[in-house]
Design a protein around this ligand. Structure first.
Ligand SMILES: [Zn+2]
Length: 198
């Protein structure tokens, strides 16, 4: 996770995997194909579906692969943004329980558990690294591959007011503006597209 956080300049996100015995012990992190900026992550809807299918094929239950939403902050603050909070409530509000975990550069963490039992509620929970469990050896080559497979960044902005005919012919300015507007509207709710096609 630390490796993935520091691999590039953007936020990245994915799901933690645990097991039924110890649902809050994250044993692996899986990245979802995603479009990232320094303040946003947007999961590909097909990527989330593929991930769920693959996990079910492995014989895992949703409690083991779909309750731990993880993302990084490239800044030093792990505090959830307003969008993080609303996304968490909207997407995971109907689950029996779920955790939003944020790892910031520098190592600060934030974890919030929300649950539906009784009146329902949410509580901030402590985070610790459990060295008492076996864990796989560091494998930066594999992690790097996973990063490159899944994390994409938007094309660089055109210089303001550019009239370079070469640039203009390669980018349809109108399409580009529409694209940017859409991006702004979908601002950093990684699950938004998926919800729309349901
Ligand atoms: Zn965030």
């Amino acid at each position: 996770m630390v490796y993935l956080r520091d691999r590039g300049p953007t936020e990245i996100g994915g799901f933690g995997i645990s097991d039924l015995e110890e649902p809050l012990l994250i044993t692996d992190v899986v990245l979802i194909p995603q479009q990232c900026t320094s303040v946003t992550v947007k999961f590909d809807d097909a990527g989330v579906a593929d991930y769920f299918d693959a996990q079910v094929d492995l014989g895992r239950r949703p409690e083991e692969f779909a309750r731990l939403w993880i993302h990084t902050h490239p800044g030093t603050s792990p505090e959830p943004s307003g969008t993080d909070e609303t996304t968490f409530a909207r997407v995971f509000g109907s689950s029996d329980w779920a955790v939003m975990f944020i790892l910031a550069r520098g190592g600060a963490t934030y974890a919030q558990l929300r649950f539906r039992a009784g009146p329902g509620g949410q509580v901030r929970i402590p985070v610790e690294v459990d060295f008492g469990h076996e864990f796989a050896a560091s494998d930066q080559a594999t992690w790097n591959h996973e990063y490159q497979e899944n994390v994409r960044m938007p094309l660089p902005e055109l210089p303001f007011g550019t009239t370079d005919p070469l640039v203009e012919s390669r980018f349809d300015r109108r399409l580009w503006d529409e694209f940017n507007e859409r991006e702004m509207m979908e601002l950093d709710d990684p699950f938004l597209l998926r919800e729309e096609i349901r």
